[in-house]
Design a protein around this ligand. Structure first.
Ligand SMILES: [Zn+2]
Length: 170
């Protein structure tokens, strides 16, 4: 899945920026210490730079994921220059754990609240219906079947609510 144009552009700008002296001076977007004659001596450690970069990636990803049903945080993080792999080479769960998006339901930017569910999704062979196609359980079991959508008030009884439906009541 390719990143949206917005996601690609955010990632390009975040990746390009030199974050090594970000707490110590205000500079323009696209700052690069090596081309800055006024750069001071104080710089962050590599680990501090990685933390800063990851936090910038997360707050941006929260907005992108909220708006884009196809958003992939791993693809975005990698494009931002964040290391998304564990020492064994697997995708690190830390990356998606940094989002406010349990079961793939993104909280509204700037809040700790979910939008109310109005439409739900399932397939003919599913036992459950979901708040979003991005639900982790839905994604795990999805085999490309035609999607069926219902108004949340009108789901036939043969489908049961997935945990993603009540994640906002936890
Ligand atoms: Zn679900």
């Amino acid at each position: 899945m390719a990143l949206s144009r917005f996601a690609r552009d955010f990632a390009a700008e975040i990746a390009q920026h030199d974050w090594s002296d970000a707490p110590y001076r205000r500079d323009r977007a696209g700052h690069d210490r090596s081309r800055d004659s006024k750069s001071g001596a104080q710089v962050l450690s590599d680990s501090e730079i990685e933390s800063l970069l990851t936090n910038v990636m997360w707050v941006t990803a929260q907005v992108l994921g909220y708006h884009d049903p196809n958003f992939d945080v791993f693809e975005f993080a990698e494009a931002c220059g964040v290391n998304i792999r564990t020492s064994r080479g697997a995708k690190s769960g830390v990356i998606d754990a940094g989002l406010r998006a349990p079961y793939g339901r993104y909280m509204r930017p700037g809040t700790w609240e979910f939008d109310p569910v109005t439409e739900v999704v399932t397939t003919e062979t599913s036992d459950f219906y979901h708040a979003t196609e991005k639900c982790w359980d839905f994604q795990r079991g999805y085999r490309g079947a035609r999607l069926i959508k219902f108004n949340v008030e009108e789901v036939p009884a043969r489908w049961k609510p997935c945990k993603c439906m009540t994640v906002d009541q936890l």
